[in-house]
Write a protein that binds this ligand. Structure first.
Ligand SMILES: Cc1ncc(COP(=O)(O)O)c(C=O)c1O
Ligand SMILES: N[C@@H](CCOP(=O)(O)O)C(=O)O
Length: 467
């Protein structure tokens, strides 16, 4: 299995190479050179497997034997053993047709743990075999950061620096990151938005000497390994609801487009997914694109679903590459114009083919609170991101009523206590292991969104740990 860049100007790599590289040298994202496609019989064979076993089967389709299934299986069994639910990612029925796929039973209470808990040991395995170490730089709007820090803390071959937008995460999200005092972990509060943080990360990767010196790697969903590890829960939930003998739809609260891209990948692999609903908050660039081919950047606005306060959805580039018939030059030019002009010129035919699979939906803060309240009256306590997913499912269900809709429940309500309290009057308690989160000492530094200063910080952090 080889991986190529969506921009066509970087050398192809194997899975391990892609894991360590994160972003391609030409600024593009790695995608499989060809997609594995399973037959109905092969999908059926996966039914009933424990989650970790199913994940090992799916992920090994993307590793090309390095690491092989025999290595992945115990690694993933250990990774998911600590989850707070025996099913790892349970399906909860919300009404006759809508299900919540709870992806928040990992240590940091968001769907990011589903991939990160496996990614930490995967990095260790590959780095130990090669005798190498890496410095991971990551951007977070709140959840990736804590999951990545939890997965990488105290690992001897990894230094990690996470950039978050100052004052734009929930307090729980911030403290989950900044109270981890492990020496290999550093947090930077950046004066700016998540998009500024993500741009800084990409700029560090584009600085070739810095990238090489620091052995930079990534844990954001620009790293293909993240996507590969997010595909299995779509497979598991679809199989549980009758696939491959029944179609299903997914509704995914979306920001950086990594989670819904994993669902799209499962569909590309032959899983019968009728429709993908994309839920956005007031940062509705994806909804505007799907309704009228208008991918115009606006300023990022803070919302009650801060993890989706994003305008530049990195993984959209992977979809764009497919929509453009895998034409890397056209993808590179489209991305260049998006950054230069603030509007992505997607050809009409490509846009139309996107709208056959995806539907967009946007909800403002008042609507989000109303949806949390509606769900609560029905006996389900949802976080604001999940509520946008359920609202999307109610607003644009597939026309065939026999198709169930699975909503990705991406975070535990306790991560967003203010919105949940405003909507329901309920205090969603943190699990006991996080009960003293507000008392723990914090450590983080503040910087403007300035590449030179951020690089100097990353260099100091790494050198201190290597010395
Ligand atoms: C709770 C939550 N929901 C939804 C999203 C959006 O997911 P994605 O960025 O993969 O589109 C995020 C951030 O990634 C998140 O943390
Ligand atoms: N919502 C995310 C943003 C980064 O997403 P990623 O999936 O690309 O890591 C967050 O919580 O940080």
């Amino acid at each position: 299995m080889r991986y190529i860049s969506t921009r066509g100007e970087a050398p192809s790599r194997d899975f391990e190479g892609v894991l360590l590289a994160g972003l391609a040298e030409d600024g593009g994202l790695f995608v499989p050179e060809s997609w594995p496609v399973l037959t109905s019989a092969e999908w059926r064979e996966l039914r009933g497997l424990p989650y970790a076993d199913l994940a090992a089967r799916i992920v090994s389709l993307f590793t090309g034997g390095q690491p092989d299934h025999a290595t992945l299986l115990p690694m993933l069994r250990r990774a998911y053993a600590g989850f707070g639910h025996p099913a790892v990612a349970p399906l909860v029925q919300l009404d006759a047709r809508v299900f919540a796929l709870e992806l928040f039973h990992g240590p940091t209470l968001a769907f990011k743990d589903m991939a990160m808990q496996a990614l930490g040991p995967l990095f260790d395995h590959v780095l130990a075999r090669r005798g190498e170490r890496v410095t991971i730089v990551g951007a977070t709007s709140g959840d990736t950061g804590s999951a990545a820090i939890e997965a990488c803390r105290d690992r001897a071959a990894i230094d990690i620096v996470i950039l978050h937008p100052e004052g734009r995460t929930s307090l729980v999200q911030r403290r989950q990151m900044t109270t981890v005092l492990a020496p290999n972990v550093a947090n930077l509060a950046i004066e700016g938005s998540f998009d500024d943080c993500q741009d800084l990360v990409k700029a560090m990767f584009a600085d070739a000497p810095f990238r090489q010196d620091m052995h930079l790697s990534a844990v954001n969903s620009i790293n293909w390994a993240r996507i590969a590890l997010q595909i299995p829960y779509y497979v598991a939930s679809a199989l549980a609801l009758g696939a491959p003998d029944r179609e299903v739809a997914f509704s995914v609260p979306t920001g950086n487009f990594g989670n819904v891209l994993a669902a799209w990948a499962a569909r590309r692999m032959g899983l019968p997914i009728a429709q993908l609903l994309i839920g956005s908050n007031r940062n509705d660039i994806l909804a505007r694109f799907l309704s009228g081919n208008d991918m115009t950047m606006r300023t990022v606005e803070p919302s009650f679903s801060p993890s989706m306060d994003i305008q530049v959805s990195s993984n959209f580039e992977r979809l764009l590459f497919e929509l453009l018939g895998r034409d890397a030059a056209a993808t590179a030019e489209t991305m260049r114009r998006f950054r230069a002009e603030g509007r992505m010129p997607v050809p009409d035919a490509a846009w139309r083919s996107a709208t056959q699979v995806f539907r967009g939906f946007a909800l403002d803060d008042a609507g989000t609170l109303a949806e949390i309240r509606r769900l609560h009256r029905q006996g389900y306590l949802a976080d604001p991101h999940t509520a946008i997913g359920t609202a999307a499912a109610m607003a644009s269900p597939p026309s065939d009523p026999a198709i169930p809709i699975v909503v990705a429940a991406t975070a535990h309500p306790a991560k967003f206590p203010d919105a949940v309290r405003q909507a329901t009057g309920i205090e969603a308690p943190l699990p006991s292991r996080l009960a003293d989160l507000y008392e723990r000492p914090e450590r983080f530094s503040r910087l403007p969104a300035d590449l030179g200063q951020v690089e100097a910080f990353v260099r100091r952090h790494t050198l201190r740990n290597v010395a």
